[in-house]
Write a protein that binds this ligand. Structure first.
Ligand SMILES: C[S@@+](CC[C@H](N)C(=O)[O-])C[C@H]1O[C@@H](n2cnc3c(N)ncnc32)[C@H](O)[C@@H]1O
Length: 344
């Protein structure tokens, strides 16, 4: 037979100060209840199901994806922490990093100082076209093509937007051999405009691209795709070296730097990585350096490649920002960036 609480209390009472003895049964009962409760707590917590990884997967069609999208910056994360957080304030459900992009950049560098600013920052103050090409490089290149290989590079969208926006700075993400950049330069020239045309490309192409374009690109050398010197040769031959400047790095790193340096564009063409995540990052990062009133557009709105990655990214971005998407031939155009609202 198990001893009952009063019996236990009596047994223990001999070593307890006289003042506490009247309360001993209640203290003992409390300790028993507490111990039982504590043990049950351990059992229940150790059998509680651990969250499955699938609980953090974003389902593109789930209604909750767009819930609360108004708060897309750091404040959005703080707001969502009431839904539960992972460790140091990481939100369990969207909005989270997928929607966190810097939306304010440094004070703008004047348009007429953009090219020199970038030559200073990226090329130690000397134009990359100076003394270009050196003999040993020239020997590896194709003769400069009047119309290099491109994709939809001379579509009507370029002339329409350049005439509409009259840009002082154009930013192109994805330049390849310079076809669309040189077309934009020619269109601008016809309109008596002389925008700086900044061409962001890592000039690596994509894995195994060369097989399809042997006639368009030089043979690689020591693993160098030679797209940059071929792009520069094409630009120089077209007489556009003064204002068509290659920015030979990944799109994300250049866009982050442009934001930090206060380099903005009035017209931005997005035509680099075509999978959803590349296009999504490019569009969001580029939006920060699009001048209010400026326009962003891009290629491959209708292609089925990469599971329609470009289209899905553009559509989601327009939804998040409350913009409209206007298809134009193979291209997409977003409504102009609202003026006086740098955060949008
Ligand atoms: C479709 S081509 C651009 C074509 C060009 N707009 C034209 O029509 O003449 C895509 C280019 O994007 C570049 N690219 C892809 N992902 C990139 C990234 N993350 N950073 C920099 N360049 C990238 C590739 O090197 C390639 O030259």
């Amino acid at each position: 037979m198990k001893p009952r609480a009063p019996a236990v209390a009596a047994a223990l009472s001999s070593g307890v100060p006289a003042k506490l003895r009247p309360h001993l049964p209640r203290i003992t009962a409390f300790l028993i209840v507490f111990s039982v409760g504590y043990s049950l707590g351990i059992v229940s917590s150790s059998t509680r199901p651990t969250p499955k990884p699938s609980q953090t997967v974003i389902r593109p069609h789930a209604a909750h994806l767009t819930a609360g999208l108004g708060a897309t910056t750091t404040s959005g994360v703080a707001a969502s922490s009431s839904n539960g957080t992972f460790g140091a304030g990481y939100p369990r459900s969207p909005p989270h990093d997928l929607f966190r992009f810097r939306d304010e950049c440094r004070e703008a560098v004047p348009s007429d100082a953009v090219v020199q600013t970038l030559i200073d920052k990226l090329f130690d103050g000397e134009s990359p076209y100076a003394s270009f090409p050196p003999e040993h490089t020239a020997a590896l290149l194709h003769p400069a093509a009047a119309r290099p290989r491109g994709w939809g590079s001379t579509g009507a969208v370029f002339a329409d937007l350049i005439e509409e926006v009259r840009p002082e700075t154009i930013l192109e993400l994805g330049a390849f051999l310079g076809a669309s950049a040189l077309h934009m330069a020619a269109v601008a020239r016809n309109l008596s405009l002389s925008p700086a045309i900044l061409c962001v490309d890592d000039f690596r192409g994509w894995p195994a691209f060369r097989g399809r374009f042997r006639r368009d690109v030089p043979a690689q050398r020591h693993g160098d795709a030679l797209l940059l010197p071929q792009f520069m040769a094409n630009v120089a031959a077209a007489g556009e070296a003064e204002r068509v400047l290659p920015l030979p790095f990944s799109t994300a790193s250049v866009l982050t730097a442009l934001c930090q340096w206060g380099v903005y564009a009035d017209l931005i063409e997005v035509d680099a990585g075509h999978d959803f995540h590349s296009a999504w990052a490019d569009i969001n990062l580029a939006w920060a350096v699009l001048r209010p009133g400026g326009v962003m557009f891009g290629h491959d709105y209708f292609t089925g490649a990469d599971d329609r990655g470009v289209r899905r990214a553009v559509t989601l971005f327009a939804k998040v920002k409350g913009l409209t998407v206007r298809p134009h031939g193979q291209h997409w155009i977003l409504s102009a960036k609202p003026r006086g609202d740098a955060r949008r």
